[in-house]
Design a protein around this ligand. Structure first.
Ligand code: GLY
Length: 351
């Protein structure tokens, strides 16, 4: 199965369960972490042909997605003398694809990279679309570039070793796609056998369907608005809140998908306060998130501090916060005129 991400320049394909042999002309550096390498590196190496192959290991976790790790990777690329014909392979979850894409965009002013995601979250979202970057003390993903991969290979076999928490975090991004764009997918999600999901015994066909549906929706959005001038902002439903939560908890307490789950619930409460969503719709989403063991609540200690953090969001302009809200399940839109009172009222409910 393949999905094409059609762009003005540098279109590419996302291959789902089609990773057989990968041939490269120059040198290749695979960037991964110890956990993924321990489980899957040998299998990947058996499929790659290149002039020389290097493996670079980085620390696992969103808290290491920073400029220090970027510099460590760059140094190893220079030591290994990678040149402009070389390719980087991001082999891991969203943290790895974000950071490797960023390094690929700046090493010698840009070299090719390929994403081979090993988490559900990266397969359904992070590995596709060309957003790269790192976090700093001011917030999440505030430093970065747009750099599209040459190709993406999603293999459900890599997902079979994921822990329950990682699987759930990936589902959060898939639920986000359904809630933002296609309510019919919610019925499919509600019918997934959660016992099989948590035992990691879902059929490959179900994983393929999850990845295919999510990437097809994302590819369509990215094809129309690669650099996030308007439509692509909708992919950030739940993220405006989630990024603040992740930053406030030093990227340690929640996986990204978990923070997105809370963020979607917060956004829905704001939509409820504004009369956009019905209580029954907000509850339906909470039930779906709970089905996958995702959190829906975060205790806000300082409402004003949380409110001020919205202005650091990349979607904020001219003192206006662009919230991504739902006008119905399956219909996300951008709202830039939410009254401050309504925002504070929503945040108060999470105190
Ligand atoms: N994860 C949101 C985007 O790629 O735009």
């Amino acid at each position: 199965m393949k999905v094409e991400v059609k762009l003005k320049e540098n279109s590419y394909q996302v291959f789902i369960n089609e990773l057989d042999k990968l041939k490269f002309k120059g040198k290749v550096a695979i960037v991964s972490n110890a956990k993924v390498s321990g489980l899957h590196l040998q299998s990947l190496l058996s499929k790659i042909e290149a002039d020389e192959i290097f493996v670079i290991s980085i620390k696992d976790g969103e808290e290491y997605k920073n400029l220090i790790t970027v510099e460590e990777i760059l140094n190893q690329l220079f030591v290994s003398k990678l040149d402009r014909k070389s390719t980087l392979i991001a082999f891991g979850g969203g943290v790895v694809s974000d950071i490797v894409g960023f390094v690929a965009s700046i090493y010698q002013r840009g070299i090719d990279f390929v994403n081979i995601p090993t988490t559900l979250l990266a397969c359904v979202d992070a590995a596709v679309g060309g957003k790269t970057g790192v976090n700093n003390s001011f917030g999440k993903n505030l430093i970065g570039t747009f750099k599209q991969p040459k190709a993406v290979y999603c293999e459900s076999s890599f997902l079979k070793t994921l822990e329950k928490r990682e699987l759930s975090a990936g589902m959060a991004e898939f639920i986000k796609m359904a809630l933002s764009f296609d309510v019919e997918i919610l019925d499919f999600i509600e019918n997934i056998d959660e016992k099989a999901f948590f035992e990691n015994s879902l059929d490959d066909a179900i994983y393929s369907k999850i990845i295919d549906k999510s990437i097809a929706l994302k590819a369509d959005v990215v094809s129309k608005d690669e650099k996030e001038n308007s439509l692509r902002m909708l992919l950030n439903y739940g993220h405006t809140f989630a990024h603040i939560i992740e930053n406030q908890t030093n990227y340690k307490r929640f996986l990204h998908g978990e923070a997105v789950a809370i963020g979607m619930n917060m956004a829905n409460h704001l939509a409820l306060n504004l009369g956009l969503l019905k209580e029954s719709e907000v509850k339906r989403v909470v039930e779906i998130l709970k089905k996958f063991d995702l959190p829906t609540h975060y205790k806000i200690n300082d409402v004003n501090e949380f409110y001020q953090a919205f202005f650091l969001d990349k979607k904020s302009h001219n003192k206006k916060i662009n919230f991504i809200l739902l006008s119905a399940l399956g219909k996300a839109f951008i709202k830039d005129d939410v009254p401050k009172d309504a925002i504070l009222h929503t945040l108060e409910a999470f105190k």
